[in-house]
Design a protein around this ligand. Structure first.
Ligand SMILES: [Zn+2]
Length: 101
């Protein structure tokens, strides 16, 4: 009698779990939750890629701003002063090329 009751309750629990899983997948399909989650993941990935690309572009832009001549002298991107090659700061406006690269 007791063992029979235990068997029935285990069976009932099993059926409840199956019904729950089936209803869960129906609800996910009906409200398109799976689709929304995958779309959000894709948006996240795209945004991360975009942010990475922008950082790279900023880096290349700041380093390309400084123009060097044949003797290694560089033109300050801030004030246009032509600095000697040994200078790391602009003689005129103290613009630092190390910080900017
Ligand atoms: Zn300068």
């Amino acid at each position: 009698m007791y063992i029979e009751l235990l068997g029935y309750s285990i069976l009932a629990l099993f059926i409840i779990i199956i019904v729950f899983l089936v209803l869960r997948s129906v609800v996910l399909w009906y409200w398109k939750i799976d689709h929304v989650v995958s779309t959000l993941d894709e948006i996240n990935r795209s945004l991360k890629l975009l942010i990475g690309k922008e950082k790279d572009e900023e880096m290349s832009n700041s380093s390309s701003k400084i123009k060097y001549d044949s003797k290694g002298r560089w033109t300050c991107p801030k004030c246009g002063y032509l600095n000697d090659s040994f200078r790391k700061d602009c003689f005129d406006c103290k613009y630092n090329i190390i910080k900017e690269i």
